[in-house]
Design a protein around this ligand. Sequence first.
Ligand code: GLN
Length: 480
Amino acid sequence: MNLFAQSAHELLDQIRSRAISPEDIDDSVRGRIAAVDGRIKAYVRLRDREKNSASLQGNGSFKVPIAIKDNICVKGEETTCSSKILQGFKPPYSATVISKLQEKGAIVIGQTNMDEFAFGSSTENSAFGPSRNPWNTDCVPGGSSGGSAAAVAAHEAIWALGSDTGGSIRQPASFCGIVGLKPTYGRVSRYGLIAFASSLDQIGPLTKDVTDCALLLNLIAGHDEMDSTSANVAVPDYTQFLTNDVKGLKIGIPKEYFIEGLDAPVRQAVNEAVEEFKKAGATVKEVSLPHTEYAVATYYIVATAEASSNLARFDGIQYGLREQPKTVRKTPIIDLYEETRDRGFGWEAKRRIMLGTYSLSSGYYDAYYLRGQKVRTLIKQDFDEAFQEFDTVLTPTSPTTAFRIGEKAADPLSMYLSDIYTISANLAGIPAISIPCGFSRERLPIGLQLLAKPFAEDMLLRLAFAYEQRTPWHKESVPL
Ligand code: GLN
């Protein structure tokens, strides 16, 4: 099999036995990018091979190419959140996850396309234009980490990092037929992740299989004094939980998730997965998460409020783009702010800045933001209660398979509603994984989501691995 088509753990075994060299893998992946990225547009930037020479020659033991979402700072490399407003911005430091990976020898091969500032579910809101789904290039790869998911699925990277604020790792993983994990809030350092909504954002792995997911989580998890919200909780070796044993584990199926709007093929694939877990010895029972119906509204209040304050820093002075109108309108400095923000931000960013500023403004704060925070607590309590009885909650990742490019672009509300199954995990701060569980008749991948209590990534990986061992989905290859 071509090197580019293999998983990281398979390649690392061959490096260890000296059957291949890290340079062989790098050549193979770069050749693949040259062959297919014109059709997929997963990358916004490739990194020169010379810049990786320290990693290639060092004694790290994870020398495989990794793709990085364009909102995770790589020192000295342009990092733009796929926004015009950050054009030319080269961060003076690397994100903690990048330093950790590079210490272990990882090869940062390039940065991947995303919805501008991670606002979206399709990667269509990018200043660079959309990425495409490797299973059907008329369809979106999902978003906002669509470039990372497409790169892994199309074998243009061995694995990738994304970020997830309301589903941006799990939904593209599901649309592209790969594994995506959103860790517990605080499990992975956010230092150097350009903030969207600071109380929801987490960095996590996008990989070809569950073993790679465990390995990559091992590399990036852990306490970081540079991020005051990172948790001081010991990091186990996550690969030790890949035991293929789920006997006696308790799975809850939330009745609020199996509703109208859930596509029939997705429902069927998820039901079949439930049967598979039963056969493997897990017990399955219905559970109720009564506040689910408020999740989308709550998320779009909290997330836009935080986004509007985080984006205030992009003013034309400190970072990236700087635009000065030709004639004075107010004062030179106000004009510069306004012109830069008007030209630099796309429509979705502007919409979110306005929504967030509104719900934080005096007179509306109590009615929207404060109430949103209270409902957030109720959503978290639903999960706390469920995890008293259950080891995991099992749901579809998305109500549909990948939709067509342009299908929802003109209707922000229908785009927002497609996040219905993923956003609660961010509001509650709990870990959640998406794994492939089948295909639609059009051969588009379907994803299954598992959720667990805080810091129970081990439980998610254990369940996901056992399911993967029993099913063929992760082995199917893209028609490219
Ligand atoms: N699709 C959601 C949004 O548009 C989630 C995005 C994300 O997780 N970054 O906000």
